[in-house]
Design a protein around this ligand. Structure first.
Ligand code: PLP
Length: 294
């Protein structure tokens, strides 16, 4: 689904059907055909934002939280506020247009648009989601890596856009390659002054006895939609939950650790910086079952 300003014409693809007299302000397009200009600042500078939404058996339990975060990222990037109704309608159209599959990963993208023009580019792509079933059971080995920013970077230097889900994920993927060079699978970033942040594409969850905690969003990290849903289940099960500043030494002391995100759901950390961690297989399975449905 490719967005176009209402009333304009000439985009490739077939207009989406609408019961309304006005045409929908987006078109449904064939994702195998070219649509994006080589002059788009999303491509040439990674200047834009995105969201990846899980659609499981046709349902998108976190869509509202993703649309909230999409709007928050746009504010941080000084992009125009996304029109929620249009994006929601385009999201529904993208999901409806895809042949039914168990798990869809639906990506919403908004860029600063073509250089020199003042119009953002937006699109949505629905694709089958990556299968994380093995990782959910076997877990991942994680190394901590310094992100190089202090814990208060979001307040001292908001232009660094920490906490926005920008298209510039080159650093995130470089960190994962560094983890692989170190014989691990994934990363937990720490601040330069020693606080736990997040993984390159996931939030971090710790268990400390009967309390589950995640690093607070004020540390310039993404407020995770999956972490929030995981906490809803844990609270239902009678556990305490909360967000706080965590020293990296607390990772080693935690009873268990997970990386959580929309498509992955909850993946246990089996090794942290070369040291084995305990895994609660039953609770992990319960979390994953819940996250597929709620
Ligand atoms: N933190 C980062 C840097 C991410 O890229 C992601 C998701 O891709 C998350 C956290 C987890 O967010 P969510 O649970 O909403 O998918």
């Amino acid at each position: 689904v490719v967005g176009e300003p209402a009333g304009s014409s000439g985009s490739p693809g077939r207009p989406s059907e609408s019961t309304d007299a006005r045409p929908a302000p987006f078109v449904q397009a064939d994702p195998t055909l070219p649509h994006l200009s080589v002059l788009d600042l999303g491509v040439t500078r990674g200047d834009g934002e995105f969201e990846t939404v899980m659609v499981s058996q046709g349902a998108a339990p976190a869509i509202d939280a993703h649309l909230d975060r999409f709007a928050a990222s746009a504010r941080l990037l000084d992009l125009p506020e996304p029109d929620r109704a249009v994006w929601r309608a385009a999201f529904d159209a993208a999901v409806a247009a895809h042949p039914p599959v168990e798990l869809l990963a639906v990506k919403l993208v908004l860029t600063r648009g073509i250089e020199g023009k003042d119009t953002p580019t937006g699109w949505i792509v629905a694709q089958p989601g990556r299968d994380f079933s093995r990782e959910r059971v076997e877990g991942v080995r994680v190394v901590t890596l310094d992100r190089g920013y202090r814990h208060d970077v979001a307040t001292t230097s908001p232009w660094l856009l920490q906490g926005a889900k920008t298209l510039s994920y080159a650093v995130n993927t470089a960190a994962i390659r560094e983890a692989k060079r170190r014989g691990a699978d994934d990363v937990i970033f720490t601040s330069s002054d020693g606080f736990v942040l997040e993984a390159p594409t996931a939030s971090v969850l710790l268990r400390e006895g009967d309390r589950f905690v995640t690093p607070s969003a004020e540390l310039g990290i993404l407020p995770g939609t999956t972490q929030r849903r995981a906490f809803a289940l844990l609270e239902e099960l009678g556990y305490e939950t909360g967000a706080k500043r965590l020293r990296s030494s607390e990772l080693g002391r935690a009873d268990a650790l997970w990386l959580v995100s929309s498509i992955r759901r909850a993946v246990p950390v089996v090794e942290l910086d070369g040291v084995a961690k305990c895994v609660d297989r039953e609770l992990t399975a319960r979390l994953n079952e819940y996250l597929g449905e709620h």
